[in-house]
Write a protein that binds this ligand. Sequence first.
Ligand code: ADP
Ligand code: ASP
Ligand code: MG
Length: 395
Amino acid sequence: MKRPLIVQKFGGTSVGSVERIHNVAEHVIRAKNSGKQVVVVVSAMSGETNRLVELAKQVDKVPNVRELDVLLSAGEQISMALLSMTLCKLGYSAVSLTGGQARITTNNHHNNATISDIDTSVIDDHLAQDKIVIVAGFQGINEIGDITTLGRGGSDTTAVTLAGALNAEECQIFTDVDGVYSCDPRVVGAAKKLDTIDFPTMHAMAYKGAKVLHMPCVTYAWEHQVPLRVLSSFEAGNGTLVAGNDPQPGIGGLAIQKQMMALTIDTAHVDLVDKQKQMLGVEESLWVTDSAYNHLVVKLDCCDKLKMVIDDKIVVEQEVALLTLVGRQAIEQASQYQQLLNLSDISVLHFCEDKHSITLVLEPGTIDKAANVLHDNYIITSESVERAEKQVHLG
Ligand code: ADP
Ligand code: ASP
Ligand code: MG
């Protein structure tokens, strides 16, 4: 039996100003007044984490990882304290906790840590005193008590893991869009909002760059069957429920990943580079192979770190963007993508197949157009076919 408890997470834009924090407080109060216990997870105010990263880089292009975590965790602490003050001012009893105070333990992987355990006793004590508990997202402590952070976008993972540990009824991720779309709605205007999305499709989309949900958050929710919903902080609505273990047929969605770098590596050095990449903790990456060379595609912001070690093994480097089509039929249709994109003068640099997805490596300037072309052809068109078929059935 689930506990009458809701975890609500608010992202950077949602807590971007004191006025917006007031709006967040109203959401929280509504949940509390409905009779539920409420645990809130907050991100840093929008732009704050980037500002802190830039400050660190002014000191050192590749900053000390432990100290970077100390610095970045401060962003979420500002939001949690401001929200708690707002709730207190509005007459509600609230308390804010850092990741460490909330007893969120992680492994030792600074800047990209994984939660290993949450001891909920401190949170439970506060809840028992009828308080609203606010937890700083994106952070925990390792076994020696040092602050760690969970990787960019990690507050989603804090929220869902707390929801699992507390056996919450639902984990609600409030953000600046009103749900999960078939593609990033800021790039594809025709993208459609989904009422529900199954775990495998959502997982693949998050893995391939759809930042609406942090990938480990989806992994955790799927493994532990945590009811997960994405909603707007600014508009009323039911958002998108992430549920179901079987992917729908067809192409479920498109994911976009910008600001990536393709590093071309001579075949003789691939194993060594791969080991060095792992040792540096550069996990989110992709190997693409063609006849003579191997291309290691990594996030632009990992490049400085990586190049400190493998610079002499890089033959060419090129900024790229990735477009991934997710779904059971995504690979079958691969031969048509290049033809379609050619009509818009877009060439695909490389293709890379995964189990239920295919990634197109593109020049950065062509990604938005490519996403719109493929979305129009494979999502919109398949929808109209389905609709036409339904009409035929209905007679
Ligand atoms: P928050 O700060 O609330 O965590 P994020 O910026 O991390 O918000 O995630 C929300 C953003 O994700 C949206 O503004 C949107 O541009 C982007 N996004 C990417 N793919 C999708 C998608 N498939 N559906 C909805 N939003 C998406
Ligand atoms: N503040 C962190 C970031 O900007 C974590 C988060 O917002 O989820 O990546
Ligand atoms: Mg986010």
